[in-house]
Ligand binder design. Structure first.
Ligand SMILES: Cc1cc2nc3c(=O)[nH]c(=O)nc-3n(C[C@H](O)[C@H](O)[C@H](O)COP(=O)(O)OP(=O)(O)OC[C@H]3O[C@@H](n4cnc5c(N)ncnc54)[C@H](O)[C@@H]3O)c2cc1C
Length: 501
């Protein structure tokens, strides 16, 4: 990056549409290169999906809770001459997550894989421990094989993937190219509970184990490489980047929507706001869902400048609870998963466009996993998978039903939260659609269904030479490290074009 910075000839006037993590990381990088950047954000605060609700103690996180691939964030800061650790305090979680089944099985995956193996041996026996070790090394090999040529490549393609595989031919068998994740796991683990546990990682990119390719087994390696929490909450990451941007002269306009983008021939020329202000630009970076452009929500001038993804299957949505309460019951850690009784029944319900009857429930006890004891009233985020709006339209009784399903189910594990929850404590697929227009409530862009899904995602470049895309709906995909990496790839591409012109 420092090398690129020296080569940058002209200061550009750039508008970033959206202050999600991808937009913020882009604005920070561009401002560090000396560009004049303005960020236009529809919401009143930065962060996009990194949202909060006010609570009795700290704000309650309503978005991401699992911070992985820390080096991606450390690089963002170091590339702009800062040290991440001077700005936020992170705690590595030794327990990656605690997993519960109703047959009283409880197993912790640990940052140390030998501890995970021992925990698995204690819970499921020697055979499962051996299967875990082989899964661990297979998935590590897959992650390493595809990290550079695919995830860190702005324009991955089939030849690049094949070349990566040819360099390490022993990964072919581990990829299980014609299997789904569900089938791959059935071959790997004899205990169905471990198939269920590792199948759940497909949901990290909005997929389902029965349709995601077996190759997505590598996602779990992002967690295996370490899970961190941010002291004070995940939203601090967005706030800190916003502050660094402001210090570098980035201008933020909140509560304001970009309603269209104008072009002349192959060049985007103007951004039009909902206030009718027209801003002349040298370049634009769009951090919303690229489907919004493809549907014409940003105007006809740019509608056909991105791939026509309007009919591509969407990734999962979610029912997300955020509240503070006293709780009683099992010994929670920061990340907890309470599994459905019938593995994959929730995914069958979702595939049929139904609210899952027997859901797996993720519980983030946000005040746990620190050196100090949690307060009496703690912050919680609970997540249940849900179909996107393309598969299921909201119904009047959804709040009551979700309330019943969630808390009755957790009671069966002995977990109780005191007090009642109101509508404002639950974000449903229709709320996500309202917050992230054209997403259909999907939280991770296109569905990762099928072996070629990665290659079908929009890339950071468009048919216009100065309109770029960043964020979870764009390659390399969803999750805050990937959206941050996307910003890195997009800025490198913008700089390369600027140097060439
Ligand atoms: C409940 C939940 C849990 C998650 N858990 C995790 C996790 O544990 N770990 C993890 O890594 N990831 C997780 N994710 C995924 C992660 O949050 C997202 O992939 C990432 O935050 C997406 O960032 P983004 O850059 O795509 O921007 P987004 O967060 O999608 O934000 C885009 C922004 O653009 C704005 N915008 C769009 N159109 C316009 C317009 N026309 N004008 C002005 N503004 C506009 C929107 O208002 C929004 O603020 C989770 C997501 C959710 C919802």
């Amino acid at each position: 990056m420092a090398h690129v910075q020296n080569l940058s000839k002209h200061s550009q006037k750039i508008v970033v549409v959206g202050a999600g993590i991808g937009g913020l990381a882009t604005a920070l990088r561009l401002s560090a290169l000396g560009h004049k950047v303005r960020v236009i954000e529809a919401a009143p605060t930065p962060g996009g999906k990194i949202r909060t609700l006010s609570g009795a103690n700290n704000p309650i996180d309503l978005g991401p809770t699992v911070l992985t691939l820390l080096p991606v964030f450390e690089r963002l800061f170091s590339d702009v001459g800062e040290n991440l650790h001077d700005h936020i305090s992170v705690t590595q979680q030794h327990i990656l997550a605690r997993h519960w089944w109703r047959d009283a099985t409880c197993v912790d995956l640990d940052a140390n894989f030998e501890t995970s193996r021992d925990n698995i041996r204690n819970a499921f026996g020697e055979k499962s421990a051996t299967e875990f070790l082989s899964y661990y090394s297979d998935t590590a090999m897959l992650f390493d094989c595809f990290d550079e040529p695919v995830m860190q490549n702005a324009n991955p393609n089939l030849p690049a993937m094949m070349l990566a595989v040819m360099k390490r031919p022993n990964v072919i068998g581990k990829m299980r190219p014609v299997s789904t994740l569900e089938h791959g796991l059935a071959k790997q683990f004899s205990d169905p509970r471990l198939q269920q546990l590792f199948g759940r990682y497909a949901t990290y990119v909005g997929g389902m184990p029965q349709t995601a390719p077996a190759l997505l087994s590598l996602i779990w390696q992002a967690e295996a490489k370490g899970v961190w929490t941010i002291n004070g909450g995940m939203h601090k990451l967005a706030r800190v980047i916003e502050t660094l941007c402001t210090e570098r002269g980035v201008e933020f306009t909140y509560n304001c929507c970009v309603k269209s983008i104008k072009k002349q021939e192959k060049t985007a020329t103007k951004v039009i706001l909902d206030t009718d202000e027209a801003i002349d630009v040298d370049s634009i970076v769009f951090n919303g869902d690229p489907r919004a452009i493809a549907l014409g929500h940003l105007g006809h001038d740019v509608q056909n400048t991105v791939p026509n993804i309007t009919h591509e299957e969407r990734s999962l949505s979610a029912y997300v609870w955020g509240f503070d309460a006293k709780c009683s019951g099992p010994d929670l850690v920061h990340h907890n998963v309470f599994f459905a009784d019938t593995p994959n029944s929730e995914f069958r319900d979702i595939a049929l466009g139904q609210m899952p009857n027997d859901p797996t429930i993720y519980v983030c006890a946000q005040d746990r996993g620190k050196s100090v004891a949690p307060p009496e009233i703690e912050n919680f985020e609970l997540i249940l998978n849900a179909p996107p709006l393309t598969q299921r339209q909201p119904e009047q009784k959804d709040f009551e039903r979700c309330n019943e399903i969630t808390f009755q189910r957790l009671e069966q594990f002995g977990l109780s939260f005191h007090g009642k929850r109101a509508r404002q404590h639950l974000t449903m697929p229709q709320d996500f659609e309202a917050l992230f227009p054209a997403s259909e409530g999907s939280l991770y862009g296109q569905s990762p269904k099928g072996m070629m899904a990665t290659l079908k995602r929009p890339k950071c470049t468009t048919k216009l030479n100065n309109l770029f895309l960043v964020g979870g709906g764009v390659h390399p995909g969803a999750g805050i490290p990937m959206a941050t990496l996307c910003a890195e790839l997009a800025v490198a591409e913008m700089t390369r074009r600027q140097i060439l012109t």
